[in-house]
Design a protein around this ligand. Sequence first.
Ligand code: GDP
Length: 373
Amino acid sequence: IRHRLKCSGCGVELQSEDPSRAGYVPPGAGGGKGKDAKIVCKRCFRIRHYNEAVSVPMDDAQFLRILSGIGATRSTVLHIVDLFDFDGSVIPGLHRFVGDNPVVLAVNKADLLPKGVNQNRTVNWIRKLAKENGLKPAEVVLLSAKLNAGFDRLLEALRNHRNGRDIYVVGATNVGKSTLINRLISDYSDLDGELTVSPYPGTTLDVVSVPLEDGGAMIDTPGIVYPWRLTEMVGPATLRAVLPDKFVKPRVYQLDERQTLFFGALARFDFVKGEHQSFTCYVSNGIHVHRRKLDGADEFWEKHRGELLSPPNAGELASLPPLARHSLRIPPGAKMDVSISGLGWIQCSGLTGAMIDVYAPKGVKVVLRPSMI
Ligand code: GDP
């Protein structure tokens, strides 16, 4: 690809280096010669030929411009969040950017909840966390794009808050935005209508909008890459292990103080001080949890990371940031989750309180929150 060729679909600058970034075209792909060349990026190609949305990640500044642009329209915002990484995938300060437009909060990947978890309770928990994150959603919908569950409620919520306005779909990468939009396209869009190309408000970037049965359009926005998610730091093999693909089996550990849990070579959870109590791990079934005493844990880590302690393997470990420590205090009587963005969470029964040290690659968001389950 020669320098500065633009996609004839969306206008983004084309590149052949990184398939996961905006503007990708496979090397050698092209249409015609010279000025007649009509090259479209992979994203536009898929939308045009397969009616299929593909997520394109985007940097912060560009993303904030798009959000602010939405604030200048009269529209409805569909914010998609990953239930498995609520703290890491919620957009901080969303209302500041999108103005008075109503926000429907769709929390995806409900299929990952362990069996028997009460959905109403989960929705209440989401409302509480949304509030703590400064979000005032007009409606909260728990769903699974993968299992096609919860869509009736989502469509109803969108109908209630649309008044014929356009819907802007916003979310971080890997929350399942493409999967969800593709479902909405097949169930809700007017497939006889024309896909139209128009500029994103506030940017020079063009987007394809999907006409809806009852007028208006649904407009996908590029996925924002949040650097504090472990899922953004690891390579494809570790990503497969970290992203759960089916319901997560809770793993309960009865720990004495000065015992520790290693989550592969990705994180470490030290129970530094407190009475004997149980800790329940909600991480992908593909992550091995190794328990041992805290004394000598540093040496154990040095010796076994990338091998006994994996994923990631030794090669990939070299490209991860070093571990950073987070010291947390669970107050007595509080049932809380230690959430490690992109990895999962550890529920502390907390009857008698506990002092915890969590180690995760530097930059990963680690927070203490009210317990989900
Ligand atoms: P996007 O980056 O937000 O567009 O996300 P994708 O639609 O590409 O999905 C990211 C990952 O999440 C993929 O591995 C999907 O298979 C997975 N995924 C999407 N929706 C769901 C869901 O409802 N449940 C589960 N368990 N995984 C999902």
